[in-house]
Design a protein around this ligand. Structure first.
Ligand code: RIB
Length: 303
């Protein structure tokens, strides 16, 4: 079976992971248990998640000309992601995410965009040929918004299905939403996109009503919800003891897209995505925790 070509347009970050007993509150000083560096960035995480699962993945992104940039670029290559669309920025350092991870596996993240802020329309134009025979394009929101808007237009012209992860959440124009194949926020992103009162399904219906073909809301340990023309359906999470939830969403999206490109229907792809995400949260780090095909099979064999 010929693999579906997938283009990821997104961020590449060095994650500085700070293990702490609990997430500090405002004004609190606490001692870290450890500090470690991991490859991250929502775009690169999703690209590597799919490459490890056997996908034909092409990344468009940007790193700084620094030691972090070299390591992040090498991570992509070593995991089988095609890097022709990844450029080196002369002025900005590589993107960096500062991530607290508590003993309970909860996290919070502060991102410095660095080179990711220079993934511009001109860069997309330089690699427009990558979209020619692509089936899916994945984007998140750690690169400039006008780049996302432009890429949406390119994908629409070329018939590429767009999967958008609105993270971190920011208002989405009709121009972006109309015709998206899948919009996939988590619960807090859904709240930011649809502020004010309303249940999960009411808020989802508002977004779905903007012309999105499939809306999937990831709900952490509660699983996920799909809203589309067939109605609303809930999917349970695969139970797991979380060690670090960083990249849970990224691995879910990667698993989902690989499921679809392996010709699973949407519901089967969501179940596969839940499994990939469960394996990811049982390990530390973003890219470091993403399973390959062998790890997924080993997990299934152990069940
Ligand atoms: O989704 C997790 C990612 O968000 C981290 O790897 C970090 O880099 C931030 O972009």
């Amino acid at each position: 079976m010929k693999l579906a070509k997938i283009v990821v347009v997104g961020s590449i970050n060095m994650d500085v992971v700070i293990r702490v007993p609990h997430i500090p509150i405002e004004g609190e000083t606490i001692m870290a248990r450890s500090v470690q560096y991991y490859g991250g960035g929502k775009g690169a995480n999703q690209a590597i998640a799919m490459s490890r699962l056997g996908g034909d993945v092409h990344m468009i992104g940007r790193v700084g000309k620094d030691a972090h940039g070299q390591r992040l670029y090498d991570n992509l290559l070593e995991n089988g992601t095609k890097t022709a669309g990844v450029e080196w920025d002369e002025d900005q350092p590589s993107g960096t995410a500062y991530i607290y991870v508590s003993d309970r596996g909860e996290n919070n993240i502060v991102v410095f965009s660095g080179a990711n802020s220079k993934v511009d329309v001109a860069q997309i134009s330089r690699y427009e040929h990558l979209f020619d025979d692509a089936e899916y394009c994945l984007m998140q929101m750690e690169i400039p918004r006008e780049t996302i808007e432009h890429t949406v237009q390119v994908c629409k012209q070329k018939g590429v299905k767009i999967i958008l992860n609105p993270a971190p959440a920011q208002p989405l124009s009709e121009q972006i939403l109309e015709g998206l194949y899948i919009l996939i926020p988590n619960e807090s992103e859904l709240d930011l996109l649809c502020p004010g009162p309303g249940s999960l399904e009411e808020k989802s219906a508002k977004l779905y009503g903007s012309g999105v073909q499939n809306l999937i809301v990831t709900l952490g340990a509660k699983g996920s919800m799909l809203m589309n023309e067939a109605g609303v359906k809930y999917f349970p999470a695969v139970p797991v003891k979380p060690v670090d939830t960083t990249a849970a969403g990224d691995s879910f999206i990667g698993g989902l897209t690989i499921g679809l490109s392996n010709k699973m229907d949407l519901e089967a792809a969501i179940q596969y995505a839940s499994l990939v995400a469960a394996i990811t949260v049982s390990k530390m780090g973003a890219q470091a925790s993403l399973p390959d095909l062998a790890a997924v099979e080993a997990y299934l064999a152990g069940k």
